[in-house]
Design a protein around this ligand. Sequence first.
Ligand code: COA
Length: 129
Amino acid sequence: MIKEINDITYLNNLSDYKITLNSFNKVIGYYIDNKIVGFLDYSVMYEKIEINYIFVINEYRRKNIAYSLIEYVINNYDFENITLEVNVNNINAINLYKKLGFKVIGIRKKYYDGVDGYLMEVKNDYFSN
Ligand SMILES: CC(C)(COP(=O)(O)OP(=O)(O)OC[C@H]1O[C@@H](n2cnc3c(N)ncnc32)[C@H](O)[C@@H]1OP(=O)(O)O)[C@@H](O)C(=O)NCCC(=O)NCCS
């Protein structure tokens, strides 16, 4: 089950990533037996959505959970495009985003502590064909 999370205390202990909530940010969690096993932090800025971070607990990986979290956003918003930045070495995440239709549209030089990042995007049109 996927639902919105308002109390982020637990999430901030799950991974090194620290969520900061503001009026654009939202966090959804993937629940199995009332336990959060993955989450997606994203921002909705009018017609644009930005994926800030996605995380799935190790033992629950490769079960389509990350895919379902992003698919939830795709299905529940009227957006023009969704963008994100990803470390060029994070092959698992890059594969995930490509599977969902994202394309590399730019390189962010030294975005991650000296390592380049890819700027990736998927446009709404991709899902209407
Ligand atoms: C990246 C991450 C969120 C993927 O979560 P997940 O729930 O395991 O991913 P899914 O099961 O939904 O996988 C969907 C697709 O992603 C790709 N993928 C995911 N894990 C992969 C792996 N270990 N190796 C290769 N491809 C992988 C595959 O294309 C996969 O589709 P397939 O299973 O049909 O081949 C997870 O590995 C994670 O939490 N990593 C640490 C945090 C992180 O790097 N977040 C991204 C920051 S930008």
